[in-house]
Design a protein around this ligand. Structure first.
Ligand SMILES: [Ca+2]
Length: 234
């Protein structure tokens, strides 16, 4: 799946509703479990070498439909590191550790058990995922791609290409044969474009999202998503 994004580091969270939550910050989308082909076919234009296709099976989970806003992040964390400031803009310039701490802080705010145990280990921060906890989490990379694809197998969930009218990205550097379009040079409010087939916004563009799996050779342009286990019975 192609990654289209602007130069800003932003944050997205995927959050689930929970029977034990006192309040729910975001109305979550239920994602059914299933199988999908992660990665991209050898024939895909501009694919990366690490996109080897493989079958992945996933259990049901829930995910927030929007990138996490600066309004929510500031309410929970008491600060806003974003360069492009606006309450309904996605929060940006956060590290993976910031995203982890946000998940725990939001969980505590809503009366849920934090999912991450954070410890100092010989000068390094060690994070362990307690999968039994009820709190918010980052999705795995495979969960992210499964949710972003929403059943599609094309380079984008919009099909073989994507336009600057469908996502906020470097429109002046289009994919393949699409004409050059707008490069906004800034983030846009959540919900500015159509959702994918599973009701999720900005899975292409605006900002990238942090996942639990931190594989990223550049470690430069990442954001976060948070998720939770689906209620029993899904
Ligand atoms: Ca995004």
């Amino acid at each position: 799946m192609r990654s289209v994004f602007n130069s800003t580091i932003l944050l997205t969270f995927l959050i689930s509703s929970c029977a034990y939550a006192q309040t729910t910050a975001i109305s979550m989308r239920s994602i059914s479990g299933g199988q999908f082909q992660m990665g991209s076919p050898m024939s895909e234009f501009e694919r990366q070498k690490d996109e080897t296709q493989h079958q992945v099976s996933l259990s049901a989970f829930e995910i927030a439909p929007y990138e996490v806003t600066q309004s929510l992040y500031e309410e929970v964390m008491g600060n806003n590191p974003s360069a492009h400031v606006g309450k309904n803009l996605p929060v940006e310039n956060i590290t993976w550790y910031d995203a982890i701490r946000f998940c725990n802080a939001l969980s505590q705010k809503e009366g849920l058990e934090p999912a991450y145990v954070i410890e100092q280990d010989n000068g390094h921060i060690k994070v362990t995922w307690n999968r039994e906890a009820s709190g918010y989490q980052l999705p795995t990379e495979s969960e992210w791609e499964y949710a972003a694809r929403a059943g599609t197998t094309t380079p984008f969930n919009t099909g073989e290409n994507i336009s600057a009218d469908q996502a906020n990205y470097y429109g002046t550097y289009p994919y393949r044969d699409r004409p050059s379009q707008t490069y906004r040079g800034e983030t846009v409010p959540i919900g500015s474009f159509s959702t994918n087939a599973w009701g999720l916004y900005d899975m292409h563009g605006n900002v990238l999202e942090w996942c639990w799996d931190r594989y990223d050779p550049t470690h430069k342009i990442k954001s976060a998503l948070i998720r939770k286990e689906a209620p029993l019975g899904n």
